[in-house]
Design a binder for this molecule. Structure first.
Ligand code: ADP
Ligand code: MG
Length: 608
């Protein structure tokens, strides 16, 4: 039997490595820009075409490379940044694994032009699918320029999995933002299809954030600053009421490297506990500095997951630092974060006059936690959820027997309203649920989900008939969006018109809003649009539902009355009437139960 094990050719090994390091055009941008920073550049230009699929160019004014280094840089495990294993514990550069360029060159057509400042001539090297095509002396600017064409040209399976140009551009923007935030002293330019996306002058950290996320963010940030022997923390955190529903402005950096750290993210959130509007995430830009030998960067090839030696201690330090910074907003002069009263602070809406605190509810409690995904089934009685029903009262101190047998057969309920179906038979519970007697028992309706369902079906009809019903705004509003949101909005502009938004593109990340869909609850069109975008973003990756349905869903969620809103008897009546005029009143657009019935049998059992 002959031996069968062989060493893989370099080109194949590199392609395999590329699978981990280079997933999409944005990964190329990340690796090349990090190299430019490591090379000591003070100016970095990124130029992309078609979401980076056809072209990515990164031009820097860093140290440049000699002719031999230019050739070497494409070898796997070739790096100028570490020499021995011990260096791994003192890493100050972004790169050190020496695999990025080898990986890129194995899956694209690359041209490198580079010149060291002290040399007169530079070197041009062309390499395609790991094969060097040519290397010649050229005259070029000092520094380095990489041109990457046709990414994955030789790996059709990967090329096929790339998303739309706008989606890929968005990923590029995210990587770009991370590096730009970590290096404010470097000037950056990002250009896509000949349009400037960002032009960032040298600045400080705060200005860099403002340049990236717009002027509005300025007054919403406060400094965070703490120095301990384990870690130094600096940066900015956002006001609670500025928090958004979708992630996007949460950044941790360690020694000027962006990192993802779910555990420290929890620390920040726990400092904000009880002062955030429900289901929102605060903005933060937190820069950590720690001795390199107390962290391990080398867990994953993309180096965004970092292990800290003293994770628990740093977790506590982050909580303390965040709380101290929050104290500076003076919103809560002496909040004791451990008391329940903290959640009654009216931090919800900056523009509204302060309301008296309403009945507090446990915002984390979701009676439908074990919800069933029923899509749009016509089954208002969602019987299985009744098991959890009694929990609605569990905080109220009512005598409640633990019982495992709460469920009532689905479909057996008579939903006709009991005796006099009048408006006084509606009771609102915790400004969240509408209770009303029906023939078969007690019906509980989730007010937000009910309104979501009503709006959803209404929007789907508008879209299908292309007959939008719009509410004009008194004064058209000019809204500056972050570039990623702006691109996304342009993509779905036609559908937004069909649904009732009067939106015009104004160029440079700006749109003018002149009207919005009728029936939406949100009185502030700008907030409605922003909330819509937040929700839309969170459904964007879902390939099971169509774009139009995503739009209708997101807008329904954004425009539906929220929890905590007190409803008059008339509004409750109207809501319930409209709900049962829907095709699928039983479930919210995302498949969560809207209506739960507590059957009279169940009640009888409990009173026995
Ligand atoms: P790493 O960054 O991990 O060292 P790379 O494959 O990204 O590995 O780069 C290999 C080497 O090429 C780097 O160590 C560096 O010496 C050189 N290099 C890459 N990009 C640049 C650049 N823009 N300017 C100067 N040198 C560069
Ligand atoms: Mg590198």
């Amino acid at each position: 039997m002959p031996d069968i094990i062989q060493l893989l050719p370099d080109s194949v090994a590199n392609q395999i490595a590329a699978g981990e390091v280079i997933q999409r055009p944005a990964s190329v941008v990340k690796e090349l820009v990090e190299n430019a920073i490591d090379a000591g550049s003070t100016s970095v230009k990124v130029i992309a075409r078609e979401g980076g699929k056809t072209l990515i160019q990164v031009i820097d004014n860093g140290c440049g490379m000699s002719e031999t280094d230019a050739r070497m840089s494409f070898e796997r495990h070739a790096t100028s940044k570490i020499r021995e294993a011990n260096d791994l514990f003192a890493i100050r550069t972004l790169g050190f694994r020496g695999e990025a360029l080898a990986s890129v060159a194995s899956v694209a057509q690359v041209t490198l032009r580079t010149r060291k400042h002290e040399n007169e001539l530079g070197s041009e090297l062309v390499i395609s699918g790991s094969a060097v095509q040519s290397q010649e002396p050229v005259s070029c600017a000092a520094g380095t320029s990489f041109t990457i064409k046709n990414l994955f040209f030789n790996v059709p399976a990967r090329r096929k999995f790339l998303k739309t140009n706008n989606a890929e551009l968005k990923h590029i923007i995210y990587e770009f933002q991370r590096i730009a935030l970590a290096n404010p002293e470097v000037e950056f330019l990002l250009e896509h299809n000949d349009t400037e996306v960002y032009n960032l002058p040298r600045s400080n950290y705060k200005q860099r954030i403002v340049h990236l996320f717009g002027k509005a963010i300025n007054q919403n940030l406060t400094n965070i600053d703490t120095d301990t022997s384990l870690v130094r923390i600096s940066g900015f955190i956002g006001k609670p009421e500025f928090a958004r529903r979708t992630p996007g402005e949460q950044f941790f950096f360690i020694n000027n490297r962006f990192m993802k750290h779910p555990y420290f993210h929890k620390a920040v959130l726990s400092a904000y506990e009880k002062i955030l509007p429900p289901e929102t995430i605060p903005s933060y830009f937190i820069y950590l500095e720690a001795d390199p030998d107390t962290i391990d960067i080398n867990i994953h090839p993309t180096k965004t997951e970092i292990k800290f030696e003293n994770e628990l201690a740093i977790f506590q330090i982050i909580i303390a630092a965040t709380r101290e910074a929050l104290g500076k907003f003076n919103l809560m002069p002496s909040i004791d974060f451990n008391t329940e009263s903290a959640m009654e602070f009216p931090l919800y809406n900056r523009d509204e006059p302060i309301r008296t605190p309403q009945i507090s509810y446990n915002k984390d409690y979701n009676p439908f936690d074990e919800e069933l995904k029923h899509g749009g089934r016509r089954d208002p009685a969602g019987g299985e959820n009744l098991k959890h029903w009694e929990k609605l009262y569990s905080n109220e101190g009512l005598p409640m027997r633990e019982t495992g047998s709460g469920s009532v057969e689905t479909g057996q309920h008579d939903l006709s309203f009991d005796q006099h179906n009048q408006k006084d038979s509606f009771i609102q519970l915790k400004n969240r649920y509408i209770l009303t007697p029906v023939k078969s028992g007690l019906m509980v309706i989730d007010q937000h989900r009910a309104h979501e369902r009503i709006l959803f079906e209404h929007f789907i009809r508008s879209l299908a008939m292309n007959y939008p019903v719009a509410q004009r705004t008194l004064f058209p509003e000019t809204i500056e969006l972050d570039p990623a949101d702006y691109m996304m909005l342009l993509e779905i502009m036609d559908d937004l018109h069909a649904i009732g938004f009067d939106l015009r593109d104004f160029g440079s990340n700006t749109v003018v809003l002149g009207g919005y869909p009728a029936d939406s609850r949100n009185e502030h069109p700008r907030e409605l649009l922003e909330a819509f975008l937040d929700h839309y973003k969170s459904t964007e990756g879902d390939i099971k539902i169509s774009v139009r349905e995503k739009i209708a869903r997101s807008l329904a969620t954004a425009g539906a009355i929220g929890y905590g809103v007190a409803l008059s008897a008339e509004s409750m009546q109207e809501l319930v009437d409209n709900l049962f005029a829907c095709e699928s009143p039983g479930y919210s657009p995302s498949g969560k139960p809207v209506v739960v019935i507590l059957g009279s049998e169940e009640l009888e059992k409990r009173f026995r």
